[in-house]
Write a protein that binds this ligand. Structure first.
Ligand code: SF4
Length: 379
Protein backbone atom coordinates (compact mmCIF):
# COMPACT_ATOMS: atom_id res chain seq x y z
CA UNK A 1 0.00 0.00 0.00
CA UNK A 2 1.29 3.49 -0.80
CA UNK A 3 1.90 5.93 2.01
CA UNK A 4 1.70 9.71 2.28
CA UNK A 5 4.03 12.10 4.04
CA UNK A 6 3.11 13.22 7.57
CA UNK A 7 5.04 15.83 9.56
CA UNK A 8 5.32 15.78 13.35
CA UNK A 9 4.08 19.24 14.29
CA UNK A 10 0.58 20.67 14.16
CA UNK A 11 -1.37 23.10 16.33
CA UNK A 12 -3.40 21.35 19.09
CA UNK A 13 -6.52 22.60 17.30
CA UNK A 14 -5.66 20.13 14.52
CA UNK A 15 -5.29 17.05 16.72
CA UNK A 16 -7.91 15.23 14.65
CA UNK A 17 -7.33 16.93 11.30
CA UNK A 18 -5.83 15.21 8.33
CA UNK A 19 -2.17 16.26 8.19
CA UNK A 20 -0.78 16.73 4.73
CA UNK A 21 2.86 17.66 4.29
CA UNK A 22 3.21 20.28 1.58
CA UNK A 23 6.56 21.76 2.61
CA UNK A 24 9.20 20.46 4.99
CA UNK A 25 10.75 22.26 7.98
CA UNK A 26 10.97 26.02 8.50
CA UNK A 27 12.08 28.82 6.13
CA UNK A 28 13.61 30.80 8.98
CA UNK A 29 14.72 28.31 11.61
CA UNK A 30 16.46 30.99 13.65
CA UNK A 31 14.06 31.93 16.45
CA UNK A 32 16.05 32.05 19.66
CA UNK A 33 13.49 30.02 21.61
CA UNK A 34 12.62 27.34 19.07
CA UNK A 35 13.53 23.66 19.23
CA UNK A 36 11.53 22.53 16.22
CA UNK A 37 12.52 21.49 12.69
CA UNK A 38 16.19 21.24 13.52
CA UNK A 39 16.49 18.02 11.51
CA UNK A 40 16.59 19.63 8.10
CA UNK A 41 16.38 22.70 5.92
CA UNK A 42 13.23 24.08 4.38
CA UNK A 43 12.13 22.74 1.04
CA UNK A 44 8.93 22.51 -0.89
CA UNK A 45 7.62 19.20 -2.10
CA UNK A 46 6.82 18.62 -5.78
CA UNK A 47 3.19 19.33 -6.62
CA UNK A 48 2.86 15.95 -8.35
CA UNK A 49 4.10 14.19 -5.19
CA UNK A 50 1.59 16.08 -3.05
CA UNK A 51 -1.21 15.18 -5.45
CA UNK A 52 -0.12 11.54 -5.26
CA UNK A 53 -0.30 11.83 -1.45
CA UNK A 54 -3.86 13.18 -1.73
CA UNK A 55 -4.79 10.23 -3.99
CA UNK A 56 -3.31 7.89 -1.38
CA UNK A 57 -5.39 9.53 1.37
CA UNK A 58 -8.45 8.88 -0.81
CA UNK A 59 -7.48 5.18 -1.04
CA UNK A 60 -7.16 4.90 2.76
CA UNK A 61 -10.42 6.79 3.24
CA UNK A 62 -12.27 4.42 0.86
CA UNK A 63 -10.83 1.35 2.58
CA UNK A 64 -11.83 2.59 6.01
CA UNK A 65 -15.29 3.89 5.21
CA UNK A 66 -16.15 0.53 3.66
CA UNK A 67 -16.15 -0.71 7.29
CA UNK A 68 -18.45 2.03 8.55
CA UNK A 69 -22.16 1.68 8.12
CA UNK A 70 -24.65 4.28 9.34
CA UNK A 71 -22.05 5.55 11.82
CA UNK A 72 -21.33 2.04 13.10
CA UNK A 73 -17.62 1.22 12.90
CA UNK A 74 -16.84 -2.44 12.34
CA UNK A 75 -13.86 -2.48 14.73
CA UNK A 76 -13.05 -6.10 14.01
CA UNK A 77 -12.61 -5.55 10.25
CA UNK A 78 -10.70 -2.34 10.90
CA UNK A 79 -8.36 -4.23 13.22
CA UNK A 80 -7.83 -7.06 10.71
CA UNK A 81 -7.11 -4.60 7.92
CA UNK A 82 -4.79 -2.49 10.08
CA UNK A 83 -2.74 -5.44 11.32
CA UNK A 84 -2.45 -6.83 7.77
CA UNK A 85 -0.56 -3.69 6.68
CA UNK A 86 3.11 -4.45 6.18
CA UNK A 87 4.96 -1.34 7.38
CA UNK A 88 4.83 1.17 10.26
CA UNK A 89 4.44 3.98 7.71
CA UNK A 90 1.30 2.32 6.29
CA UNK A 91 -0.10 1.84 9.78
CA UNK A 92 0.62 5.49 10.62
CA UNK A 93 -1.27 6.67 7.52
CA UNK A 94 -4.14 4.28 8.25
CA UNK A 95 -4.42 5.46 11.89
CA UNK A 96 -4.39 9.08 10.89
CA UNK A 97 -7.11 8.67 8.28
CA UNK A 98 -9.16 6.51 10.66
CA UNK A 99 -8.90 9.19 13.36
CA UNK A 100 -9.74 11.91 10.86
CA UNK A 101 -12.85 10.03 9.70
CA UNK A 102 -14.11 9.03 13.13
CA UNK A 103 -13.07 11.99 15.31
CA UNK A 104 -13.19 14.86 12.81
CA UNK A 105 -15.86 13.58 10.43
CA UNK A 106 -13.41 14.37 7.59
CA UNK A 107 -13.93 18.10 8.02
CA UNK A 108 -10.46 19.57 8.38
CA UNK A 109 -7.00 19.41 6.89
CA UNK A 110 -3.81 21.04 8.08
CA UNK A 111 -1.12 21.68 5.49
CA UNK A 112 2.28 21.20 7.10
CA UNK A 113 5.04 22.34 7.98
CA UNK A 114 6.06 25.59 9.69
CA UNK A 115 5.71 28.21 6.93
CA UNK A 116 3.86 26.59 4.07
CA UNK A 117 2.58 30.00 2.98
CA UNK A 118 6.12 30.50 1.61
CA UNK A 119 5.07 28.38 -1.33
CA UNK A 120 4.02 30.41 -4.39
CA UNK A 121 0.33 31.25 -3.77
CA UNK A 122 -0.58 29.88 -7.22
CA UNK A 123 0.93 26.51 -6.28
CA UNK A 124 -0.77 26.48 -2.88
CA UNK A 125 -4.08 27.24 -4.59
CA UNK A 126 -3.53 24.41 -7.08
CA UNK A 127 -2.85 21.95 -4.24
CA UNK A 128 -5.87 23.08 -2.24
CA UNK A 129 -8.17 22.94 -5.29
CA UNK A 130 -7.03 19.39 -5.98
CA UNK A 131 -7.49 18.46 -2.32
CA UNK A 132 -11.02 19.86 -2.17
CA UNK A 133 -11.94 18.16 -5.47
CA UNK A 134 -10.70 14.76 -4.30
CA UNK A 135 -12.02 15.08 -0.74
CA UNK A 136 -15.20 17.15 -1.07
CA UNK A 137 -16.16 16.44 2.58
CA UNK A 138 -13.51 18.95 3.70
CA UNK A 139 -14.78 22.29 4.98
CA UNK A 140 -11.66 23.60 6.73
CA UNK A 141 -8.19 23.89 5.17
CA UNK A 142 -5.60 25.46 7.43
CA UNK A 143 -1.97 26.43 7.04
CA UNK A 144 0.87 28.07 9.00
CA UNK A 145 2.51 31.28 7.83
CA UNK A 146 5.13 33.62 9.27
CA UNK A 147 4.18 37.31 9.38
CA UNK A 148 7.01 38.35 7.02
CA UNK A 149 5.85 35.81 4.42
CA UNK A 150 2.18 36.64 4.88
CA UNK A 151 2.82 40.37 4.50
CA UNK A 152 4.31 39.85 1.01
CA UNK A 153 1.25 38.09 -0.38
CA UNK A 154 -1.08 40.45 -2.25
CA UNK A 155 -4.81 40.96 -1.59
CA UNK A 156 -5.65 39.38 -4.96
CA UNK A 157 -3.50 36.36 -4.11
CA UNK A 158 -5.37 36.00 -0.81
CA UNK A 159 -8.64 36.17 -2.75
CA UNK A 160 -7.37 33.43 -5.06
CA UNK A 161 -6.34 31.28 -2.08
CA UNK A 162 -9.71 31.78 -0.45
CA UNK A 163 -11.47 30.79 -3.69
CA UNK A 164 -9.32 27.66 -3.94
CA UNK A 165 -10.59 26.53 -0.52
CA UNK A 166 -8.11 27.94 2.00
CA UNK A 167 -10.20 28.81 5.06
CA UNK A 168 -7.74 29.33 7.94
CA UNK A 169 -4.26 30.74 8.52
CA UNK A 170 -2.29 30.34 11.75
CA UNK A 171 0.58 32.67 12.51
CA UNK A 172 2.95 32.46 15.46
CA UNK A 173 3.20 36.17 16.18
CA UNK A 174 4.55 35.35 19.68
CA UNK A 175 4.51 39.08 20.46
CA UNK A 176 3.40 42.34 18.89
CA UNK A 177 6.27 44.26 20.49
CA UNK A 178 9.22 44.89 18.16
CA UNK A 179 11.73 44.84 21.03
CA UNK A 180 10.51 41.38 22.00
CA UNK A 181 10.52 40.18 18.39
CA UNK A 182 14.16 41.28 18.16
CA UNK A 183 15.00 39.55 21.42
CA UNK A 184 13.41 36.37 20.10
CA UNK A 185 15.14 36.81 16.73
CA UNK A 186 11.74 36.16 15.23
CA UNK A 187 12.70 37.89 11.97
CA UNK A 188 9.33 39.62 11.74
CA UNK A 189 7.96 43.02 12.72
CA UNK A 190 4.70 44.34 14.13
CA UNK A 191 4.20 46.25 10.87
CA UNK A 192 4.33 43.00 8.91
CA UNK A 193 1.92 41.39 11.36
CA UNK A 194 -0.60 44.20 10.98
CA UNK A 195 -0.33 44.31 7.20
CA UNK A 196 -0.69 40.52 6.91
CA UNK A 197 -3.49 40.19 9.46
CA UNK A 198 -5.59 42.93 7.84
CA UNK A 199 -5.25 41.42 4.36
CA UNK A 200 -6.15 37.93 5.57
CA UNK A 201 -9.21 39.18 7.42
CA UNK A 202 -10.28 41.23 4.41
CA UNK A 203 -10.07 38.14 2.20
CA UNK A 204 -12.46 36.37 4.59
CA UNK A 205 -9.90 33.79 5.71
CA UNK A 206 -10.10 32.91 9.42
CA UNK A 207 -7.02 34.28 11.15
CA UNK A 208 -5.37 32.81 14.25
CA UNK A 209 -2.63 34.84 15.93
CA UNK A 210 -0.52 33.15 18.62
CA UNK A 211 0.72 35.13 21.61
CA UNK A 212 3.51 33.92 23.91
CA UNK A 213 2.98 35.66 27.23
CA UNK A 214 6.30 36.06 29.02
CA UNK A 215 8.40 35.99 25.84
CA UNK A 216 10.05 39.35 26.58
CA UNK A 217 11.14 38.31 30.06
CA UNK A 218 10.67 40.50 33.14
CA UNK A 219 12.10 43.70 31.69
CA UNK A 220 9.81 43.73 28.65
CA UNK A 221 6.77 42.08 30.19
CA UNK A 222 4.57 45.16 30.48
CA UNK A 223 5.60 46.46 27.06
CA UNK A 224 4.98 43.03 25.57
CA UNK A 225 1.43 42.96 26.90
CA UNK A 226 0.53 46.49 25.83
CA UNK A 227 2.13 46.42 22.37
CA UNK A 228 0.80 42.95 21.58
CA UNK A 229 -2.69 44.17 22.45
CA UNK A 230 -2.16 47.17 20.14
CA UNK A 231 -1.33 44.86 17.23
CA UNK A 232 -4.33 42.65 17.99
CA UNK A 233 -6.57 45.73 18.19
CA UNK A 234 -5.46 46.82 14.72
CA UNK A 235 -6.04 43.37 13.18
CA UNK A 236 -8.99 42.05 15.17
CA UNK A 237 -7.97 38.39 14.65
CA UNK A 238 -10.66 35.73 14.66
CA UNK A 239 -8.70 33.87 17.34
CA UNK A 240 -5.94 34.87 19.73
CA UNK A 241 -4.30 31.65 20.89
CA UNK A 242 -2.18 31.69 24.04
CA UNK A 243 1.12 29.84 24.29
CA UNK A 244 2.90 30.60 27.55
CA UNK A 245 6.59 31.16 26.94
CA UNK A 246 9.08 28.70 28.40
CA UNK A 247 12.85 28.69 27.96
CA UNK A 248 13.80 25.35 26.41
CA UNK A 249 17.17 23.68 26.99
CA UNK A 250 19.89 24.19 24.39
CA UNK A 251 18.18 27.13 22.71
CA UNK A 252 19.83 30.54 22.39
CA UNK A 253 17.48 31.83 25.07
CA UNK A 254 18.55 29.03 27.37
CA UNK A 255 22.14 30.32 27.16
CA UNK A 256 20.93 33.93 27.49
CA UNK A 257 19.05 32.92 30.58
CA UNK A 258 22.09 31.14 32.04
CA UNK A 259 24.43 34.11 31.53
CA UNK A 260 21.93 36.71 32.75
CA UNK A 261 20.94 38.26 29.42
CA UNK A 262 17.36 37.03 29.78
CA UNK A 263 15.37 37.12 33.01
CA UNK A 264 12.51 34.67 32.62
CA UNK A 265 9.20 35.65 34.23
CA UNK A 266 7.75 33.32 36.81
CA UNK A 267 4.67 31.25 36.06
CA UNK A 268 2.56 33.82 37.92
CA UNK A 269 4.19 36.82 36.24
CA UNK A 270 3.34 35.29 32.87
CA UNK A 271 -0.31 35.12 33.95
CA UNK A 272 -0.11 38.78 35.05
CA UNK A 273 1.26 39.71 31.63
CA UNK A 274 -1.57 37.83 29.92
CA UNK A 275 -4.04 39.67 32.15
CA UNK A 276 -2.57 43.03 31.15
CA UNK A 277 -2.67 42.10 27.45
CA UNK A 278 -6.35 41.16 27.72
CA UNK A 279 -7.14 44.34 29.67
CA UNK A 280 -5.65 46.32 26.77
CA UNK A 281 -7.69 44.58 24.05
CA UNK A 282 -10.17 47.01 22.55
CA UNK A 283 -12.53 46.79 19.59
CA UNK A 284 -11.75 43.10 19.09
CA UNK A 285 -14.73 40.86 18.51
CA UNK A 286 -12.87 37.57 17.99
CA UNK A 287 -12.22 34.77 20.42
CA UNK A 288 -9.35 34.25 22.84
CA UNK A 289 -8.39 30.74 23.77
CA UNK A 290 -5.94 28.96 26.06
CA UNK A 291 -5.70 25.75 24.06
CA UNK A 292 -2.38 24.33 25.20
CA UNK A 293 -1.43 22.43 28.33
CA UNK A 294 1.54 24.80 28.75
CA UNK A 295 -0.82 27.57 29.87
CA UNK A 296 -1.43 27.75 33.61
CA UNK A 297 -5.07 28.78 33.35
CA UNK A 298 -7.03 26.57 30.97
CA UNK A 299 -10.26 28.53 30.90
CA UNK A 300 -8.98 31.83 29.61
CA UNK A 301 -11.42 31.41 26.82
CA UNK A 302 -14.33 33.28 25.32
CA UNK A 303 -15.48 36.07 23.08
CA UNK A 304 -13.24 39.07 23.56
CA UNK A 305 -16.24 41.37 23.66
CA UNK A 306 -17.24 39.53 26.87
CA UNK A 307 -13.74 39.75 28.27
CA UNK A 308 -14.95 40.95 31.69
CA UNK A 309 -15.66 37.32 32.58
CA UNK A 310 -12.19 36.23 31.43
CA UNK A 311 -10.56 39.07 33.35
CA UNK A 312 -12.50 38.12 36.48
CA UNK A 313 -11.40 34.50 36.14
CA UNK A 314 -7.72 35.55 35.95
CA UNK A 315 -8.10 38.15 38.66
CA UNK A 316 -9.62 35.60 41.06
CA UNK A 317 -6.60 33.38 40.53
CA UNK A 318 -4.15 36.23 41.05
CA UNK A 319 -5.88 37.16 44.31
CA UNK A 320 -5.67 33.65 45.75
CA UNK A 321 -3.32 33.12 48.73
CA UNK A 322 0.15 32.18 47.49
CA UNK A 323 -0.05 28.73 49.07
CA UNK A 324 -3.26 27.93 47.17
CA UNK A 325 -1.69 29.18 43.94
CA UNK A 326 1.30 26.91 44.53
CA UNK A 327 -0.92 23.92 45.23
CA UNK A 328 -2.75 24.56 41.97
CA UNK A 329 0.52 25.06 40.05
CA UNK A 330 1.66 21.62 41.20
CA UNK A 331 -1.69 20.08 40.33
CA UNK A 332 -1.60 21.58 36.84
CA UNK A 333 2.09 21.11 36.11
CA UNK A 334 2.62 17.69 37.67
CA UNK A 335 -0.76 15.97 37.62
CA UNK A 336 -2.29 17.90 34.68
CA UNK A 337 -5.03 18.94 37.11
CA UNK A 338 -7.95 20.77 35.51
CA UNK A 339 -8.46 24.25 36.84
CA UNK A 340 -7.82 26.28 39.99
CA UNK A 341 -11.55 26.52 40.59
CA UNK A 342 -11.50 22.72 41.19
CA UNK A 343 -8.71 22.89 43.73
CA UNK A 344 -11.04 22.10 46.62
CA UNK A 345 -12.26 18.96 44.88
CA UNK A 346 -8.97 17.05 44.65
CA UNK A 347 -8.94 13.53 46.05
CA UNK A 348 -7.12 12.89 49.33
CA UNK A 349 -4.41 11.04 47.43
CA UNK A 350 -3.79 14.01 45.12
CA UNK A 351 -3.83 16.35 48.13
CA UNK A 352 -1.17 14.32 49.93
CA UNK A 353 0.99 14.08 46.81
CA UNK A 354 0.78 17.87 46.38
CA UNK A 355 1.75 18.32 50.05
CA UNK A 356 4.63 15.92 49.65
CA UNK A 357 5.99 17.83 46.61
CA UNK A 358 5.48 21.20 48.31
CA UNK A 359 7.43 20.06 51.36
CA UNK A 360 10.62 19.93 49.25
CA UNK A 361 10.66 23.68 48.67
CA UNK A 362 11.62 26.20 51.27
CA UNK A 363 11.84 29.20 48.95
CA UNK A 364 10.13 30.62 45.86
CA UNK A 365 13.19 30.36 43.67
CA UNK A 366 13.53 26.57 44.10
CA UNK A 367 9.81 26.20 43.60
CA UNK A 368 9.99 28.20 40.36
CA UNK A 369 12.90 26.09 39.10
CA UNK A 370 10.81 23.01 39.73
CA UNK A 371 7.82 24.44 37.84
CA UNK A 372 10.06 25.38 34.93
CA UNK A 373 11.49 21.88 34.79
CA UNK A 374 7.92 20.55 34.52
CA UNK A 375 7.13 22.97 31.72
CA UNK A 376 10.13 21.96 29.64
CA UNK A 377 8.46 18.63 28.89
CA UNK A 378 6.06 20.27 26.45
CA UNK A 379 6.60 21.06 22.81
S1 SF4 B 1 9.29 30.43 12.61
FE1 SF4 B 1 8.38 28.92 13.99
S2 SF4 B 1 9.30 26.96 13.43
FE2 SF4 B 1 10.53 28.56 12.48
S3 SF4 B 1 12.21 28.91 13.91
FE3 SF4 B 1 10.59 30.37 14.41
S4 SF4 B 1 9.30 29.38 15.96
FE4 SF4 B 1 10.59 27.80 15.01
Amino acid sequence: MNTFSIGHIRPPFHANSLLLRVTENCTWNKCNFCTLYKEGTFHTRKIDDIKKDIDTVVDYRDMIISHINNGFVNQKDIYIEYTALSTDAERECYSMVFNWITADNMKSVFLQDANTMALLPEKTAEIISYLCKKLPEISLVAIYGRADTLSKITPSQYDMLKKSGLTMIHSGFESGCDDVLKLLNKGTTSEQQIKAGKMIKKAGITFNAFYMNGSGGRSLSEKNAIETAEVMNKINPDYIRIRTFVVKPNTVMWHMSKDGRFDECTDIEKVKELFLMIQNLKNCDGYIISDHIINLLPFVEGHIKDKDKIEKYIENFLEMPRLSQKRYQIARRVFFGGDYENITRFTNTTESKIDEILSHFTNESDFEDFIRSCLRRYI
